[in-house]
Design a protein around this ligand. Structure first.
Ligand SMILES: *[C@@H]1O[C@H](CO)[C@@H](O)[C@H](O)[C@H]1NC(C)=O
Ligand SMILES: *[C@@H]1O[C@H](CO)[C@@H](O)[C@H](O)[C@H]1NC(C)=O
Ligand SMILES: *[C@@H]1O[C@H](CO)[C@@H](O)[C@H](O)[C@H]1NC(C)=O
Ligand SMILES: *[C@@H]1O[C@H](CO)[C@@H](O)[C@H](O)[C@H]1NC(C)=O
Length: 186
């Protein structure tokens, strides 16, 4: 009986130490989507000037978002309407060492890290829902390490204009498929 008990003690100690040793190596949990605050025990957000800035390049329905500055290990990235609490739109194929998560039960609505490798000047691509032309901002919580992180860094507001509607794009794609089919038949 001694060994199982010892194992249990070791497991409990490991579990207690885990967050301190290797915090959230697989990315921010869904419970962080709203506050964007990491659940790092015993650490408080930095208040000084961040070594990161969120640069944006706008296109019609896509925005390229680059977290510029020194390297970081952890990130949580969302697009929102100013002063709103929900993430909007979706993220395209996540760059290496990052992944998409379903914040607010919306698929691919946020990006987070998938490991604690260093990331530098990584660019993420956001796709507008194109339901309306509106101003949005990008918010990022960026962690340099477990103890050193900045919460909800904001980009400049960007006005997304969706030129063609999604329906037109689908119509175009359908047309291309039709033409290809027609050629195949001939
Ligand atoms: C968002 O809130 C800030 C301060 O709370 C305010 O100054 C700003 O005008 C608001 N922006 C929008 C778009 O409502
Ligand atoms: C990231 O971008 C900044 C600003 O342009 C640049 O000074 C820095 O060298 C870049 N870092 C890397 C690793 O490319
Ligand atoms: C967005 O703006 C563009 C250009 O002004 C316009 O053609 C388009 O219809 C608008 N889309 C919506 C959903 O309002
Ligand atoms: C969006 O892109 C247009 C054209 O590339 C540019 O003139 C405009 O300044 C950009 N707006 C923002 C907020 O970056």
């Amino acid at each position: 009986m001694e060994k199982p008990q010892l194992c249990l003690v070791v497991l409990v100690v490991l579990a207690a130490c885990w967050p301190a040793v290797s915090p959230l190596p697989n990315g921010a949990p869904l419970s962080s989507c709203g506050s964007m605050a990491p659940k790092h025990l015993g650490a408080t957000p930095q208040t000084g000037p961040p070594p990161y800035s969120i640069m944006i390049k706008n296109y019609t329905d896509k925005v390229e978002v680059t977290v510029m500055g020194t390297s970081y290990t952890g990130i949580l990235l969302e697009a929102r309407y100013p002063n709103q609490t929900d993430a909007i739109g979706s993220w395209a194929q996540p760059p290496t060492n990052t992944k998409k998560i379903a914040c607010f039960n919306k698929m691919d609505s946020a990006i987070t890290h998938s490991n604690t490798h260093m990331k530098t000047n990584v660019t993420y691509t956001w796709i507008s829902p194109c339901s309306k032309n509106d101003t949005i901002i990008f918010l990022a919580t960026v962690a340099k390490s477990k103890a050193v992180y900045w919460v909800k860094l904001a980009s400049d507001p960007v006005r997304v204009t969706c030129s063609g509607s999604a329906i037109n794009l689908h119509g175009f794609a359908a047309l291309v498929v039709l033409i290809i089919s027609a050629v195949a038949v001939l």
